[in-house]
Write a protein that binds this ligand. Structure first.
Ligand code: ACO
Length: 448
């Protein structure tokens, strides 16, 4: 098979959200901290009738229906998630309900977990499967689903929630350049979830930011080496039309692209423009350690890279700014934003993606976009995802109500023997929702 990659995708995020500006007021932080400081506009969250399982059921059912894919045509189903509801039973097995109904139980794959990286692991598994000798000619299906919630404090505004489904197969409009991958994996305690009784992570915010940027540098170095071996010339930012980042909050995406630009400046002056050379010159002699600590360098990077950021990164920032960190779904929601904004103008373009999961695991990889064939083409993906309407139709919830909901969810997490309010009036038709959890912790869902 050739041009293996993403044939179709769909996204679901809860229709309930809180505005970051309202949250600044509620939390009593200085005005602008979340909106300008973190670069976030809005944050989606699950109400008590939604969770990672209901969101993934919704997005899988929607993708199959809207792209007219027979559930029997799926041969591999992989889920990426870091929201653990059960320590043994995978989310994938809940999704099997959709396929059992049509008599298909011959589907490989389970869940992949490592912070925000699980979705990328799942996607690579599916792409590798289609490219392998065990491929049986059917499609792979990848689901990234997460609800990102933090304890009260500075990390809380960096939550979010969403599920994304991606159909994988040959002759895809979004094809992998499989030889172009650079990974960096190491041991760090930057963000982790050791308390199994709580949905909230333990997080060292500053360290997680440094780990992210160090992993980015390392992945970019390896990515460039592989490109040069393959193409016989060095890679620079100008070799890719767009860059898409895992997006915990937009400010980190701005810093990351600035950092890539600084890498190019250090590799070869001719990779950056005249003005940037001047802006960055004072930092050329910093040691690598110093370079991660220097706030002045961070600001200089962002300034030097601004015009390139606007062209190559900004189009991918819409959904992450509006929905927040979606953990495993964040990178692919950023990519979905790019497809939504640029549509068929992406034909022939290269897009480089950076996936990061704390703990830590990271990969930079490359996609090449083409027209595709209906229903698996870029403009149909844009129509099906319907991002503008989904964003417009959301209900803004006041911060007090958001905090109240998180309190209920804290209590419900890991709990049994309860029924939900079953109030699904906010949910669009076709959405799955949680109705009850019985005395044996078995979860029940209904479809609106
Ligand atoms: N107006 C404008 N900007 C402001 C204002 C204001 N009133 N107040 C603060 N800022 C700026 C700060 O200068 C800073 O920007 P800078 O980094 O460019 O200097 C930014 O807002 C954030 O302010 P901090 O004081 O650094 O924020 P704090 O330390 O309170 O929290 C953090 C931020 C660490 C990101 C926290 O939200 C967190 O821990 N989040 C979770 C961890 C995370 O997402 N890590 C990312 C990688 S791992 C993952 O994906 C989970």
């Amino acid at each position: 098979p050739t041009n293996v990659g993403i044939l179709a995708m769909d996204i679901y995020f809860p229709p309930t959200c809180v505005s970051q500006e309202a949250l600044e007021g509620h939390d009593g932080v200085s005005k602008g901290k979340y909106t300008i400081g973190l670069g976030q506009d809005c944050m989606a969250f699950c109400s008590e009738v939604e969770d990672v399982i209901s969101m993934s059921l919704t997005v899988v059912a929607s993708l199959l229906e809207k792209f007219n894919v027979d559930p029997k045509q799926i041969g591999r189903l992989e889920v990426g998630s870091e929201t653990v509801i059960d320590k043994s039973k995978s989310i994938k097995t809940f999704l099997m309900q959709v396929f059992e109904a049509s008599g298909n139980t011959d589907i490989e794959g389970v869940d992949s977990t490592n912070a925000c990286y699980g979705g990328t692991a799942a996607l690579f598994n599916c792409v590798n499967w289609v490219e392998s000798s065990s491929w049986d000619g059917r499609y792979g299906l990848v689901v990234c689903t997460d609800s990102a919630v933090y304890a009260e404090g500075p990390a809380r505004p960096t939550g979010g929630a969403a599920a994304i489904a991606m159909l994988v197969g040959p002759d895809a409009p979004i094809a992998f350049e499989s030889k172009l991958r650079g990974s960096h994996m190491s041991h760090a305690y930057d963000f982790y979830k050791p308390n199994l009784a709580s949905e909230y992570p333990v997080v060292d915010g500053k360290l997680s930011q440094t780990c992210y940027l160090m992993a980015l540098d390392s992945c970019y170095r390896i990515f460039c080496e592989k490109f040069e071996k393959l193409e016989g010339r060095p890679f620079s930012i100008s070799d890719s039309d767009y860059f898409v980042f895992h997006s915990p909050y937009n400010k980190l995406v701005q810093k990351s692209f600035g950092r890539l630009y600084f890498n190019d400046f250090m590799r070869n002056l001719s990779f950056v423009d005249e003005a940037a050379r001047e802006t960055l010159a004072p930092y050329a002699s910093l040691s690598s350690d110093e370079s991660y600590q220097s706030r002045d360098l961070e600001k200089a990077n962002q300034k030097a890279a601004k015009h390139v950021y606007d062209a190559k990164v900004q189009p991918s920032t819409l959904i992450p700014k509006q929905v927040g960190n979606m953990y495993t779904a964040s990178l692919y929601a950023a990519f979905a934003s790019l497809v939504h904004n640029k549509n068929t103008s992406l034909v022939g373009k290269r897009v480089v993606l950076f996936s990061y999961g704390s703990g830590l695991t990271a990969t930079m990889f490359s996609l090449r976009l083409q027209e595709g064939q209906h229903p698996f083409n870029l403009s149909n993906i844009v129509t099906v995802m319907n991002v503008s309407d989904k964003l417009k139709q959301r209900l803004e919830i006041p911060p007090e109500k958001f905090v109240e909901t998180l309190k209920i969810m804290e209590h419900r997490y890991g709990g049994k023997d309860f029924v939900t309010s079953k109030d699904c009036s906010n949910l669009p038709p076709g959405t799955f929702y949680l109705t009850s959890v019985d005395s044996m912790y078995r979860r029940y869902y209904a479809k609106k």
